[in-house]
Ligand binder design. Sequence first.
Ligand SMILES: [Zn+2]
Ligand SMILES: [Zn+2]
Length: 306
Amino acid sequence: MKTAPCFVCKKPSVIHLAYAAQHLCSGCFIKHIEKRFMQSVREFRMINAREHIAIGLSGGKDSVVLLHLLSMLRKKLPFKISAIAIDEGIKGYRNLTLITAKKECKKLKIPLKILSFKKDLNYSLDAIMKKTNKAACSWCGVFRRYLLNLGARQVNADKIAIGHNLDDISQTVLMNIMRNEPLRLVRFLDPLTLNEHLIPRIRPLIRIPEKEIALYAMLKGLEIKFMECPYAHFSFRQHIKEQLNDTEEKYPGTKLRILKSFIEMEKLMRKSLKDKEFVFIPCKKCGEPSSTISCMKCKMLEELSK
Ligand SMILES: [Zn+2]
Ligand SMILES: [Zn+2]
């Protein structure tokens, strides 16, 4: 089968970007990904010289690609990188991706810190799932968020870089609308924080579709195990993901259009809310910033101890 020529240089293409009506060869595709990454870093002023960026590294394709892109950017802009991995305790999954995380950090000479649900919170996710009927993602989301912030604080990081891609972001936007929680998205793209205990988060891969990150990893020869979390099948996110992929297939560009709408809506929501809506108080149990008297993490740990 003859492949279509690259839109830029006419070499045989490796991918068709339906949303842009372009075929790209491997070299031009790699440049395209690196450009998309840089575009987001610049537009949202994600990284400044001499900052310390802690990357949330799971060992999956997204965070490993982000690790390599950040490490590449460091050659042009001086800043410090540390990696933080969270071991949720998911047998047959996380223990395997953590091997990749360790190997990639060693390759790039980036220090890695590992925090664990079992050691730092007393319960592995597998143990939690034996105790409750609540969806795994609701525990995991809260606990991982807490540990990532804690780890970043322990290494004195200025920001946390997260490997969220275009698919993740467009799913999150739709999920928040469907749950009637649109305000949770305010400040999602803002690398500033209103509380010194909350390390701001940056998401440099927001413009890159998941499929393209996988191809980039392959073309760059990154040895990544393509695995899905065994608990993902039971989640609301998984349902939205399938629907959205189906829509993207029929109407290319849908995910990018969701991102663009979100960027516009976020600006308006933020303007009308002003900073006073984002006041945090210290949790009465652990002192972590919270919007209620005791934080979600403490409430959930209490539920588990019953
Ligand atoms: Zn080309
Ligand atoms: Zn607390």
